[in-house]
Design a protein around this ligand. Structure first.
Ligand SMILES: NC(=O)c1ccc[n+]([C@@H]2O[C@H](COP(=O)([O-])OP(=O)(O)OC[C@H]3O[C@@H](n4cnc5c(N)ncnc54)[C@H](OP(=O)(O)O)[C@@H]3O)[C@@H](O)[C@H]2O)c1
Length: 248
């Protein structure tokens, strides 16, 4: 979003709980409802894109209270603040809301899921709370994000295939790797349309949307492609089953 904001006529305010190097940041803890309301009004915010979440899926299993507060309570706070000013909340959600059901076709927006972990359950509750508050909203479920920034699978595998002679990677989980820039670009289009015509009520439809790039692969296939693309084909990447990597 930061790269996209640079070329945009719209004014973006980036917020976080911690300072990131060389990034202009307004400090804003979205778990604090009063602080949220104050900033929304004080900075005359028209739309919020909520990317903040507790995203460590394994650690979430032993931190349920905090995860609930950040993944479900905070989106509710943002929704309440936006409801008061009739603003738009764009919430980034996840395929984890679908849980462990086996599916080998793209998930439908109204497909019922049974999230099995704390992360997925709290992200689903976040969606439900936004809908219950009833502000203008767009809940965008995405999956398998990667980019040149932060920590992500693609960067980890670039590093591992460059430094290890052999690697086992699971092939029994499939998904659609999605470039974060493409998602950000899609969000920019929504924001731009919204800024141009705030009465349009985001095409007349608050609701849940699914966004990913095209295609499908396993983590194993993705790793092979990452290695090849980065000239690390010498690393011997082998497929394995998920149960070889037990996680909480
Ligand atoms: N990564 C994926 O593959 C993926 C897939 C589907 C959906 N998503 C969703 O996409 C969004 C972004 O994911 P990500 O992978 O970019 O996660 P991330 O790198 O963990 O980013 C989450 C951000 O939230 C911030 N944050 C934590 N507590 C906060 C608070 N109380 N108030 C304000 N900000 C707070 C974090 O700050 P600090 O870093 O300073 O703690 C961090 O900058 C999340 O909603 C996630 O559920 C991600």
């Amino acid at each position: 979003m930061r790269i996209i904001a640079r070329g945009s006529d719209d004014h973006y305010v980036f917020t976080d709980v911690n300072q990131e190097e060389e990034v202009e940041t307004a400090f804003w803890d979205i778990m604090d409802l009063e602080a949220v309301k104050k900033i929304v009004v004080g900075q005359r915010i028209d739309a919020i894109v909520n990317c903040a979440a507790y995203t460590n899926v394994d650690a979430a299993e032993s931190n349920e209270k905090l995860v609930e507060k950040l993944n479900a309570g905070a989106p509710e706070n943002l929704a309440k603040a936006m409801k008061e000013i009739n603003g738009l909340l764009i919430q980034i959600s996840t395929d984890y809301v679908f849980g462990k059901e086996t599916y080998n076709i793209p998930c439908k927006k109204d497909q019922k899921g049974t999230p099995t972990g704390v992360y997925g359950m709290t992200k689903l509750r976040g969606e439900q709370k936004i809908i219950a508050v009833g502000c203008k909203h767009m809940i965008i479920r995405t999956a398998w994000l990667y980019s040149e920034f932060g920590k992500n699978f693609c960067k980890t595998m670039m590093n591992l295939t460059a430094t290890k002679p052999r690697l086992n990677v699971v092939f029994d989980q499939v998904g659609t790797p999605t470039y974060a820039y493409d998602l950000a670009k899609a969000i920019e289009i929504v924001l731009h349309d919204y800024a141009t015509d705030m009465a349009c009520d985001i095409y007349g439809k608050s609701g849940i949307y699914h966004y990913s790039n095209g295609g499908v692969c396993s983590w194993f296939d993705f790793t092979k492609m990452i290695a090849e693309y980065n000239g690390m084909a010498a690393c011997d990447v082998q497929p394995c089953h998920s149960d070889e990597f037990p996680t909480p």
